[in-house]
Design a protein around this ligand. Structure first.
Ligand SMILES: Nc1ncnc2c1ncn2[C@@H]1O[C@H](COP(=O)(O)OP(=O)(O)OP(=O)(O)O)[C@@H](O)[C@H]1O
Ligand SMILES: [Mg+2]
Length: 503
């Protein structure tokens, strides 16, 4: 059987010989270009490890090759998928493996004998540190993972609700004030403000950095309001294309369009009737829609697309943004009149770094939640790990803390997590770990005499002092901003700016 085309240089070998040569070349190629390779036999026992692979051994907890060889693969490589390849005989050409040694792009290929039976499998680490080599792919993956997690959470809470209450479980709030963990002065204060806002019927504007719990509080405010039995409907303005937002908000009248929307469609204002409409990421609203939203809020009426009729609505508005709205107003990107209409009850959600005392309670609550979701025991942080968490700046706030814990749970074999593991996770997420700090108790007011509070960037301390001065002066003047600005010797615009952007 001729294997080669006529004019190719002839190889002095038979077909079998060529196949063997090809297999050997491929094996050598993979062995040299990959980060590491190993073989398991049919029982899953590690029988061979190449030189490249050996440098992973310390991270997997082995100081010598002898300890590693001869062990069952799942015993020594947490979360490995080799067993499935042995069982099914199907290769896995590309997979992401995360365990205590890090995250890797891997391949798993079954080995077969001449008769075609599986006799073992080969594991290849194609890339280690994919977070740097495959950055775009990994960030996409992280984003999808986050969406998936949100969707799962929503599903789970819908399921819980449908068990608890019969009927429309869809448009209800997912959280109550009890879900907002924290007893530090800053957490207690924001809860107090949000509870007060829940009693009112005015719009509420939730301000604060990303991941601080604005969405959680919006749910809680609805759940504690007189509209709790009505629907809770949210629109993430940043997630809806500008051209579709108007229809999304106000709906489409029957016959306005041909095709799918011929019958008309209810907008979010209509869906939220009798309840609460949560406008998330309000700072991302295009200008044309800002004008329409303002008119709707002023008149208490909306005009569905393609209809000439104004329809009254009965909806309480909550809005949130992590952007600096006052600056957007100054730059002419956000309408001032709309800003003041929404800014009736501003609630500033504090960043995690001003309520570090809540970290242990958050770790416990988030850890339990993660454990329930993954069917694992809750993680237990060793003291050095807790101190490390207490010292981080947490730019991504509670969402970031949650992600770090989730990584730790996914990688951990045992339940105990130490500081070194967390440092590795932070680094892989692109954050250089800050020094550990003493774990505060939640009652620890930031102004108690404790010198460790000065071990932070100066800008952060100055900003905090400024925030406190403003809050105290505002309080002394019963919330009067003009008097406050005068006393502090700043302009009213500066005061608004600081109130908007406390950092
Ligand atoms: N005080 C808290 N207690 C427990 N979990 C919290 C708390 N605050 C936030 N979380 C959790 O942290 C994550 C982020 O919270 P949320 O989505 O409410 O943040 P956000 O302020 O809306 O952020 P973004 O501006 O990025 O949208 C969620 O998983 C939420 O459940
Ligand atoms: Mg949000």
């Amino acid at each position: 059987m001729p294997l080669l085309v006529d004019d190719a240089p002839a190889l002095p070998l038979d077909a079998q010989g060529i196949l063997e040569l090809a297999a050997r070349s491929m094996f050598q190629l993979f062995s040299s270009v990959s980060q590491g390779m190993f073989l398991v036999d049919l029982s899953g026992r590690i029988v061979w490890v190449n030189e490249g692979y050996q440098r992973f051994l310390p991270d997997l907890g082995f100081s010598s090759l002898d300890q590693f060889l001869g062990r069952m693969v799942e015993e020594v490589i947490p979360n490995t998928g080799m067993r499935r390849v042995l069982e099914t005989g199907n290769p896995v050409l590309i997979d992401l493996l995360t365990n205590k040694a890090g995250t890797f792009v891997v391949s798993r290929i079954p080995l077969r004998d001449d008769a075609g039976s599986v006799i073992g499998a080969i594991g290849i680490v194609l890339f280690d540190h994919p977070e740097t080599t495959l950055q775009p792919l990994i960030s996409k993956f992280a984003l999808l993972q986050r969406d998936l997690d949100d969707a799962r959470r929503e599903l789970a809470s819908q399921r819980r609700r449908s068990l608890a209450v019969a009927g429309d479980g869809e448009r209800r709030s997912k959280y109550t004030f009890a879900s907002f963990i924290g007893s530090s002065p800053a957490a207690a204060e924001v809860k107090r403000q949000a509870r007060r806002a829940a009693q009112s019927t005015s719009p509420v504007l939730l301000l604060g950095e990303t991941g601080t719990g604005k969405e959680l509080l919006a749910h809680a405010i609805h759940a504690a309001s007189s509209r709790a039995s009505g629907p809770f409907v949210s629109v993430n303005i940043a997630a809806v294309p500008d051209t579709l937002l108007e229809a999304e908000f106000f709906g489409v009248a029957p016959g306005a369009y041909t095709g799918a929307d011929r019958k008309g469609r209810d907008g979010k204002f209509k869906l939220a009737d009798g309840g609460t409409l949560f406008l998330d990421e309000i700072g991302d609203m295009p200008q044309s829609l800002q004008a329409k939203l303002l008119r709707a809020l002023q008149e208490g009426e909306i005009e569905p697309l393609g209809s000439n009729k104004l329809v009254p609505f009965n909806v309480r508005i909550l809005a949130a943004t992590s952007r600096d709205l006052a600056t957007l107003v100054r730059e002419g990107k956000f309408r001032e009149d709309l800003f003041y209409r929404l800014h009736v009850l501003p609630v500033r959600v504090p960043p995690l770094r001003v309520r570090r005392g809540d970290i242990p309670a958050l770790v416990e609550a988030l850890g339990e939640d993660l454990a329930l979701r993954n069917g694992t025991p809750p993680p237990e942080l060793l003291p050095d790990a807790m101190a490390l968490l207490a010292g981080q700046p947490w730019r991504g706030n509670i969402r970031e803390l949650r992600n770090v814990l989730e990584q730790a749970v996914m990688r951990g074999e045992g339940q105990s997590i130490d500081a070194a593991q967390l440092e590795r996770i932070l680094r892989e997420a692109g954050v250089e770990p800050a020094a550990p700090a003493p774990v505060q108790d939640p009652g620890h007011a930031a102004d108690a005499e404790d010198e460790s509070r000065y071990l932070r960037p100066l800008a952060e301390q100055v900003a905090e002092l400024e925030r406190k001065a403003i809050a105290a002066t505002l309080k002394a003047h019963g919330g009067n901003k003009l008097a406050t600005a005068r006393q502090l010797g700043i302009s009213r615009a500066t005061l608004y700016g600081r109130l908007e952007n406390p950092e």
